[in-house]
Design a binder for this molecule. Structure first.
Ligand SMILES: Nc1ncnc2c1ncn2[C@@H]1O[C@H](COP(=O)(O)OP(=O)(O)O)[C@@H](O)[C@H]1O
Ligand SMILES: [Mg+2]
Length: 237
């Protein structure tokens, strides 16, 4: 469960990226966060993961302040840019993440095998990340984020650059994780991705939440198409 209450974020004293945002992300469902470029999705995610502080308002993850180490331990975070630690080999990066999140060595080997197989990355783990394609970098970052079996998944535009097989596999994993009663929150600027994948959805534009609720309700309300409704919503913001 992630809860934002009255959150405002202003960059450099001028750019109001978020304006009085309140949002409740329930467990047990896939929660999508949809909005055009520059809407404030990444800023919201950085607040949820405790990377940045709000100027006002509160951010709680399972009741813990997002800035606390205890909260961060519960989170698996996939950032929007997968260009991390390029000089490390894939397996070194995964071990590093396992160290950071205090995963025991027997468990980490099993986890590396399991994730390597699911993402078809086993044979690439001995190579340096700088030799990876964008999609492979995306995959290694996702694997790293899941090493410690976090309850809360927060993914910033996770499908970008993934091939169909990996994208399918990730969506399946998100579904399984949500069905176990966990938190799965992801952002996207692609309507089709949101429409297909999420049970609940929040729409953000220019730092304000325009809609938050069930995907099914939104579909019912859209008298024409979801795309037209989304365009109108974000235009009038
Ligand atoms: N570090 C930063 N410094 C100044 N402005 C920023 C910074 N990060 C984001 N912004 C601005 O805040 C707004 C929201 O950005 P962001 O949260 O990245 O949107 P999204 O992820 O939805 O594309 C944009 O206007 C963006 O230019
Ligand atoms: Mg973003």
């Amino acid at each position: 469960m992630i809860e934002l209450k009255g959150v405002t974020k202003i960059y450099g004293g001028k750019v109001k990226a978020l304006d009085d945002v309140s949002l409740s992300v329930d467990d047990g469902c896939i929660y999508g966060f949809l909005g055009p470029n520059g809407a404030g999705k990444t800023t919201t995610i950085k607040l949820m993961t405790g990377i940045i502080k709000p100027d006002s308002g509160s951010v709680l993850v399972n009741g813990l302040p997002a800035m606390s180490i205890e909260s961060k331990k519960n989170i698996g975070f996939v950032p929007d840019d997968p260009n991390v630690f390029l000089r490390l080999k894939g397996v070194e990066y995964l071990s590093f993440m396992a160290d950071m999140y205090e995963v025991r060595s027997a468990e980490r080997e099993e986890r590396i095998r399991e994730l390597g197989a699911r993402f078809e990355m086993s044979s690439a783990l001995g190579d340096k990340i700088q030799s990876y394609s964008h999609g492979m970098r995306q995959k290694i970052v996702i694997m790293g984020a899941l090493m410690h079996r976090p309850r809360v998944w927060i993914l910033d535009e996770p499908m970008t650059g993934l091939d169909p097989k990996s994208s399918f596999e990730l969506k399946k994993m998100m579904r399984e994780h949500a069905e176990l009663g966990n938190t799965v929150f992801f952002s996207t600027h692609v309507l089709e991705v949101a429409e297909k994948l999420c049970d609940k959805l929040a729409v953000i534009s220019e730092g304000r939440i325009l809609y938050a609720g069930d995907m099914a309700d939104l579909k019912r309300k859209a008298d024409t198409s979801l795309e037209k409704m989304f365009l109108e919503m974000t235009e009038h913001a």
